[in-house]
Design a protein around this ligand. Structure first.
Ligand code: HEM
Length: 400
């Protein structure tokens, strides 16, 4: 009897940004999940790192924040870039107990109750953005729709004067867009400078907003240093905008490619909550999250040394066939759907409730106004190892 030829391992290179713009990373992730779920990725311009690709392994590591630390950074950085300047200082880049202190300062702003109280404001933003998009014959759904909603909402929460929202919109587009590295770096510096001035003003005249909270906060009887305030403001602005923009647009693209699912939603809008969960799972916009081992630890027989970088590939976890039935199907009725798109454990996304509300209200607005969205050109995908999804989604939007 002839035997089945062994499956050829694909070349594993998860740090090539073009893989996410033009290739199919799922080929590598699928192979890793089934053959080498704990994989040592050899050094390139990035130092070597461990790759975790299975759902359960990632969840277990997420649960153990004492062993898998965030304080040295949560994203792979080329060796030449040195240490992350936010390491040990921002919400995302600290470990307990410091992390809990920082999170305690802002947690209640993102609670279910506070977010519910903000729904009307979010809805006004959504309506304004959809109205503006409908006025144009064609638009880029990423920039003109998906990016504006979370940016305006987080600007409002942070107490950024509305006259500055457009400026912040341009700066975040430049800082996290597809431009050249120098433009990106300069725009990011402008954002940090903006927060430097704003926090001085808010410390003198505090109001009911997030920047005032940080600018007047004390932990262990000590005020946050101005640099810590600025870095945490930056963390909130980036966290609040980037992933939501890409997930919302990625969801729209998924609906355009699966019109039956959009139709099901149009017929049964009560499915919006499960649809949003499926969009989050399907888009998994945070491509990888990194931790640094604080001690030697064994995972599936592999010896991870203290100081080793360990990466979690969230889109891979969210397609793990041992957890999600028909994991490669986009199914808005999927339940249960315990995806890891928003992380898990100690650093679970602080904006998770808000992101869900923003996405639900936007899709609902399109459905309830019977807005017909069609592709008006080929979408392009981001060339990045950090976030994945549409960079540009040209569409025609018409209301009937
Ligand atoms: C679809 C939208 C979003 C996705 C996919 C997403 C994804 C994530 C993920 C995966 C993490 C965990 C990082 C880790 O494990 O180290 C995280 C944390 C975080 N997210 Fe989100 N996020 C989204 C929306 C938001 C929004 C709207 C905000 C609003 C401010 C936000 C702010 C943050 C912050 C500040 C953290 C750090 C939390 C901590 O370390 O305690 N995110 N997010």
């Amino acid at each position: 009897m002839p035997t089945e030829p062994a499956e050829q391992p694909p070349l594993i290179n998860l740090v090539d940004p073009e893989l996410y713009a033009k290739g199919d990373p799922f080929i590598q992730w699928r192979w890793l999940r089934s053959h080498q779920p704990v994989y040592w990725h050899a050094p390139t311009e990035y130092p070597g790192f461990w790759v975790l690709s299975r759902y359960e392994d990632i969840r277990a590591a997420y649960r153990d924040a004492a062993t898998f630390s965030s304080a040295q950074g949560i994203l792979l950085r080329p060796e030449s870039h040195g240490a992350d300047p936010g390491g040990g200082r921002t919400l995302a880049l600290t470990d307990p107990p410091r992390h809990r202190q920082l999170r305690g300062l802002i947690d209640k702003w993102f609670s279910v109750r506070s977010t519910r109280a903000m729904e009307q404001d979010v809805l006004s933003v959504v309506r304004r953005v959809v109205d503006d998009a409908l006025e144009q014959e064609t638009c880029d759904f990423v920039t003109d729709v998906a990016a504006r909603v979370p940016l305006y909402v987080i600007c409002k929460m942070m107490g950024i004067p509305s006259g500055d929202w457009e400026k912040l919109f341009m700066l975040t587009s430049d800082a996290f867009g597809a431009g050249d590295p120098l433009t990106r770096r300069l725009a990011h510096l402008d954002i940090l400078n903006y927060f430097e001035a704003l926090q001085v003003d808010k410390a003198k005249h505090p109001a009911d907003d997030l920047v005032s909270v940080l600018a007047t906060a004390s932990t262990d009887g000590e005020p946050l240093s101005p640099d810590d305030v600025i870095l945490n403001c930056d963390n909130l602005l980036v966290g609040g905008t980037e992933n939501t923009r890409i997930a919302t647009a990625g969801g729209m693209l998924a609906f355009l490619r699966h019109p039956d699912q959009w139709q099901i939603l149009a017929d049964s809008p009560d499915l919006l909550p499960t649809a949003v969960e499926e969009v989050l799972r399907w888009t998994s916009t945070a491509t990888h999250i990194m931790r640094t081992a604080t001690r030697a630890v064994e995972v599936r027989g592999h010896q991870i040394a203290a100081g080793d970088r360990v990466t979690f590939w969230l889109p891979s976890a969210n397609r793990d066939e041992s957890v999600f039935s028909a994991s490669d199907q986009f199914d808005i009725r999927r339940q249960p759907n315990r995806h890891l798109a928003l992380g898990f454990g100690e650093h679970f996304c602080v904006g998770s409730v808000l992101a869900r509300v923003e996405m639900r209200l936007l899709y609902n607005e399109l459905l309830s106004r019977s807005v017909h969205v069609t592709l008006d050109g080929a979408p392009t995908l981001l060339s990045s190892i950090v976030v994945n999804g549409p960079e540009c989604l040209p569409v025609r939007m018409t209301a009937f």
